[in-house]
Design a protein. Sequence first.
Lengths: 397, 286
Amino acid sequence: MALTRRGLAVGSAGALGLAMGGLARPAIAQSEAIRIGWLAALTGQSSAPAVGYNRGVVFAAEQINAAGGIRGRQIEIVTRDTQSDPTKAVNSAQEMISRAKVHAIWGPTNSGEALATTPIMARTKMPNIHQCVVNSLIDPVKYPNAFRIAPSNQQWDDAVRNYCLSILKVKSVAVVGDSTGYGTSAVNASVEAFKKDGATVVYQAQIDATQPDVMPDMLRMRNGGAQAIVVWSVSTGMEARLFNARATMNWDVPFVGHPAMGSGEVGQLVTKPENWDKVYIIGYRSCSFDESGKLPARTQEFVDSMKGKVRTDDTSLWWVVSGADAVKLVAAAVKETGSTESADIIAYWNSLKNYPAVFGHFTFSPTEHNGLPTEEIVMSKANSSHDGAFSLAPGYG
Amino acid sequence: MLGNILAAGLAVGAVYALIGVTYNIMYSASRVMSFTAGQLGMLGGVLGAMFILRLGIPFLPGFVLTLAACAVVGVATEIIAVRPVLGSLEQHLYVLSTLAFALLIQQFTAIEWGTEPRPFPRLFDIGNGGISDEKFWLPLVACGAVIAGLEYLYRHTLVGRAFLAIAEDNFAARALGLPERNLRMASFALAGAVGGIAGFSSGELLLAFFANGGLLNFYGFVPVALGGLGHNRGAIIGGLALGVFQQAANFLVGGVFAAVAVFAVFIVVLLAAPQGLFGVTPARRV
């Protein structure tokens, strides 16, 4: 084959291009920012948690970047507001994956959105951490990329049941929820589990969130002999009505269940502050004050590091902590593997045993992607909130 | 148990009755079923809580401001959702326009007020949550006051008779020189105020909650259908009966099934008397 000047020029240009590309790629990868997609419902109906998480996300990213980043690479948070809308969450997830080219995604922050986005992320093997409670969102076979760093519904249910049966030592319970899909499924699952553990469920009901008078339900529960009332609802109005009705009846039965019973709105709706006593909500050991009013040491250290930079008095501490933990989990994967490849990040997370995050000690494996141990879930006094955390319910010693 | 059924049932029934009257006042003036009636009730609670609790305005001025604001929303309903479709009543476009306006009110309230129920102030602090509590008898008192007020207005004032005239025969009233448009707007303002009274008086029972609008729209319509469209007495009796029946069903079969029981009875009554229990089958000219 004859060598022509044109052939030589084209060949040289091609060789140069290949050489440059081959040399330049690792250099870019090493200095490229670690992009973490943050699917946050910062506005809309379920925005409260995301606003709290966001504070932790921003704080952790700034803290890591100020310390020089991970292997010299800065953390870049790619935030998209899903507006609490599953359709927008899907669009944002697709945009993050295909255009923003993120290396991992944290979120979304509610199960409705996660049910829509999880299969999409699974198709592209996008490393994903979330804290949504619906059990089916974690399935290492269907979604090997998805990891949960908060409890599942099942774990919440287990924690509430254990508290009722083992700590309060009650034998008969009433289980009520609101008339939403969540309330119905949570009540059914809870009733089944109580019965399985040998307890008597004397009353089971869905109560409409707008039902003005809950006295009929309360009378049925008392007449049935309920020793504790388990509540699965996010309807603060319904919950406050239950507490007020209990006070009117001069009944001292404890309420145990959903964290919404501890929200500030309930405090405004109870007719007397004492109506909120003996209400125990799901909480987390890492973010609960003990009897002496102290947080666990590692949580206190984190809170101290945020002092003056992040507010926790108008949100839940565990939301802020979880947001920071999520960013640190991605950072740890890149730090340990030196890679931002999806397979490497997922493999690293699958290898974690008792990873000491602030929210809890996470353990994952290729067959278990629920990272938070059930022992970390405790009951808290609903009316004890301050600085975003609650005091432990009685019985934890 | 009987005391609780009667106290809570009559209280909720009075609210339904007042929303039924709100429907009727708007219907009488325009021949339009305006689905903003329940939202006016919701606004009565939300605005009352906002004026008194959030802005710290005393009870009486807060009450007057609430009624005034609800009256303005009533007039806005007439201008925005009713007047444009009056020319084509037979196409029932008002269903769409009033429902759309109702949704607009509800979403605006959700955005500005929030999606969580908020407390309504204790007005007289009488009772301790039992059956003698003010939250149970305030709606009844309000209902009685509205009935008396409307009776006086319709029977003893010129404006009230003019309202009746346009309700009876719109064309004849106009031919007599009555300002039909102004009277219609005044009727919608009156409906707004009555809806506001319903929401304000039941604020302690229903709380200041944006989702109450849908509930009141729904249950407020039942007494209208039971009592006969345009018949205030029918709406009052239908509303009170509905409230007591609903509360009795709550006790006997539970909350979610109570709604089923209510609508089962509703359907049966309408099958037996399609024009409502107090309605009259309109004569058809042949």
